[in-house]
Design a protein. Structure first.
Length: 255
């Protein structure tokens, strides 16, 4: 398993870059021990709850082909009607797309549950104006890092612990599209001749992306979010990052 994080320093599971970057700017791809998706009775309640919540962002495999077709129908409508989705309020965009989406479902004779119907529309909108399957993860304040290790492995950092989620991209091309959407507004590019890029999201979250031939598992993305309220010593103790005694030692050293 190959998982990369921008804060590490030793590459793993990637090919050597033609030219090494300066040490001060070196980035990494490293194998990290993470928690697998929780099974019944095998994980703490907090871990189980977060993974169950993330399950609502996962599209069943049997609906992936339908999702592609419906997404293209919605995109075609926006282009033909000259709508600029990125400038529209979320509620207005949903109001405009709902009839188009419903008609596309009916025309394709797709019969799905109300839950899957809503989920698919949410994912289509996230694909059009956001960062696809990982957009809901980025919207959550309790997730501090999102790591995409190819289309089928998306890890999250939740309360200081890495966990493998069930969220997935459709394929490598889907991941690549999100990467290009991140870097394009910054005037940056990422391709085979320049397969690594650093960037920032509009909320200043740090992004590091790497694609083949340097990545051996497909396009990868690490997004490190910044908390709106910085962690305090009490938070780290509560998360189990270190014991209360170490907190007292830090206070003594500082004050």
């Amino acid at each position: 398993m190959a998982l990369f994080r921008s804060r590490t320093t030793k590459p793993a599971a990637v090919a050597e870059a033609p030219v090494a970057e300066p040490a001060a700017n070196a980035k990494a791809i490293a194998a990290i021990k993470v928690e697998a998706p929780a099974t019944n009775g095998a994980a703490k309640t907090g871990s189980t709850n977060i993974l169950q919540e993330l399950g609502i962002y996962t599209l069943p495999n049997e609906l992936k082909a339908d999702f592609r077709n419906l997404r293209e129908e919605v995109r075609r409508f926006l282009v033909e009607e000259n709508y600029v989705a990125s400038t529209m309020a979320p509620t207005k965009l949903r109001e405009v797309l709902e009839p188009v989406y419903s008609k596309a479902l009916a025309d394709a004779n797709i019969v799905i549950s109300r839950v899957d119907r809503t989920r698919m529309l949410d994912m289509i909108i996230a694909d059009i104006v956001g960062y696809g399957p990982i957009q809901p993860l980025l919207d959550r304040d309790d997730i501090s890092e999102v790591m995409v290790n190819g289309p089928d492995q998306i890890y999250i950092e939740h309360k200081g612990k890495l966990q493998l989620s069930d969220v997935k991209f459709l394929d490598n091309e889907h991941v690549q599209q999100v990467i290009e959407r991140i870097v394009a507004p910054l005037g940056r590019r990422i391709d085979e001749s320049s397969p690594m890029v650093d960037a920032r999201l509009p909320d200043v979250s740090r992004v590091y992306s790497i694609i083949p031939p340097l990545s051996l598992v497909g396009p990868c993305i690490t997004i490190r979010k910044f908390r709106k309220d910085p962690l305090k010593v009490e938070d780290l103790i509560r998360f189990g990052s270190f014991p209360p005694e170490f907190g007292e030692l830090i206070r003594a050293c500082v004050y």
